[in-house]
Design a protein. Sequence first.
Length: 241
Amino acid sequence: MTAALAVTGLSAGYGSAPVIRGISFEVLPGEIVALLGRNGAGKTTTLLTISGLVRARAGEVSVGGKAVAAHHPRAVTRAGVGHVPEERALFANLSVRDNLAVAGARRARDLRRVLELFPELERLLDRRSGLLSGGEQQMLALARAVHQRPKVLLVDEMSLGLAPKICQRLVDILRRLATEQGLAVVLVEQHLFLALEAADRAYVLHRGEITLSGTRAELAERRAELEAAYLGSVTAGAAAA
Ligand SMILES: Nc1ncnc2c1ncn2[C@@H]1O[C@H](COP(=O)(O)OP(=O)(O)O)[C@@H](O)[C@H]1O
Ligand SMILES: [Mg+2]
């Protein structure tokens, strides 16, 4: 099967020192893959580089077997990559309805399609998105991205600050999209246990390199190793909360 997303030898950084170095991984259609690692490991940078928002110094990104032009965020979006950034990127002063409209869900038919997947948003349509709870905002951010019908969805720190029940609901929606529409999901997660439950496979980033990878079952067996590689982000996350 052709990978929905294939990343090969990707390197990028901000100043002179590289932040990610020679990263390679792939996600098949219908697969949820977690990208794990402690704070500062380079997870967000990896997603930004895939999206063309940070310049790749080396490497290649292909979507559905076709190389996408690096450094061109629009080309990446057009190729079918959606990105839900850590800060969710909503228009706080606009209503839920208008946030969806900006993402292209203007007609009643579009809105119905969104609400079928995200029924919780219906009673919130006329509320300013800045007034929503964290979970509702994350749901809106996902709804906006999903409405563009991406083939690949990059989701950064989806669970940050959200109650477990809400995280589970969001994961269920992603799973449904993966199963029913073949959406390929890259889930960057702080929350190791949530990620391991949600994902089919996972890659662990350590100081900008992938040091561990495997299926959910393989990683469950290597839990001690995984926790050792991962510890730090969990502690730092708790300290920051
Ligand atoms: N805009 C930026 N300018 C300079 N350095 C940055 C910037 N964003 C992130 N970094 C650095 O790059 C490294 C990786 O950060 P990031 O990709 O955000 O990690 P993660 O998402 O895994 O926590 C960190 O050392 C961080 O300080
Ligand atoms: Mg990050």
